[in-house]
Design a protein around this ligand. Sequence first.
Ligand code: GAL
Length: 430
Amino acid sequence: MKKFFGLFVLLALALVVSACSSDSTSDSPDKSKDKGGGSAEGPVEIFSWWTGAGEEDGLLALIDLFNKLHPEIKVENAAVAGGAGTNAKAVLATRMQGNDPPSTFQVHGGEELNKSWVAADKMAPLNDLYEANGWLDKFPEALIELVSNGDNIYSVPVNVHRGNVMFYNKAVFDEHGIEVPTTLDEFFEVADKLQAAGVVPLALGDKESWEATMIFENVLAAELGRDGYLQLFAGEIDFTDERVVAAAEKFGKILDYVNEDHASRNWQDSAQLVAEGKAAMINMGDWAKGYFVNDLKLVTNQDFGYFAFPDTVGDFAVITDTFGLPKGIENVESTKQFLTVLGSVEGQDAFNPLKGSIPARIDADPSKYDDYGKDTIEDFKTAQLYPSLAHGSAASEGFVTKANQAVNIFVTQRDVKNFVEALQNAAPDM
Ligand code: GAL
């Protein structure tokens, strides 16, 4: 975590330097440039939780591209439904424990990759793939750090999602004369106004509980500041600290403004409330943008707008989906071919405009992205980055599970003392 912090401070500079020297055509996934064996092997089984609305379009486009470039290699899409990997992660754990790994699987950069799989010696290093493809200066140093352990690099980031975004229904804001709130105080004023007018201010669907954890992590960043947030997850600040208590109180207050049926909705169902104008705003990762545009056919900056989570303007909650090479698989070369396409400019630009995320590579083509994507690509270059808790980068899977449970209890009981104590008790698992 400390290293992560240091690298993020250097990120803006690294991006500018590399952007000046990059050549977007130098890393085409063209077969003539394949560095792997290239021989046909068994199907490449791609394991993720990207099924259905708002999730699968990007993956299918990437698989399509791969099929075109490598008709000789079969691909098996082994996605398991459930936002944020609710079900997929359990299936993956069983398979990994049973020595039956998929060829490659979705895993968040950071502690999820490192503590769950690298520490258990389940992953093969990919340094050779990075070197062969000239990737070492094509991904931001901070992202490479998130997928590394010591000198070894263990996965390839396909994207960067932003977690501290609020999407809002433009017609609802216009109708009620609402200005975009930039601070939590302004948010509470706006929320009061909307509630008085009979509109649900904030949509929430925490059937799987990570959705509420996302709100809490952003309130933590708002209250502690980016640096305090990093210190908290580095174990340098206790969860019983008064700033965390203040964050928990504000989180509780935010929950006063959500739809009553939040516990029976998933993220798509709650995003739909905003699309339909039944709720004004939602804090959701920008996979919601993919859902609004691809599935609900809404138009960015016309039907819906976006702004940074209040009091985190200038910060960026990083969620990065990455794919690695489990030890013990038989089709290593074919899987490396897939990872090569996934890490290429063409692969990233096929996947990300549909997924709602921005490319992890610094030399992708911004013209392929809509206004939201272009803005986010720019923000990422200058923002102070912080790793998402709910999406596995800030802490181990064990801690995330306990944090989700604590959040879930807090959402119904609103007991701040119990909440921060539960988090503090879980802290040794971080
Ligand atoms: C995140 C993942 C995103 C998106 C989201 C909702 O954990 O990083 O790509 O799929 O879950 O399922």
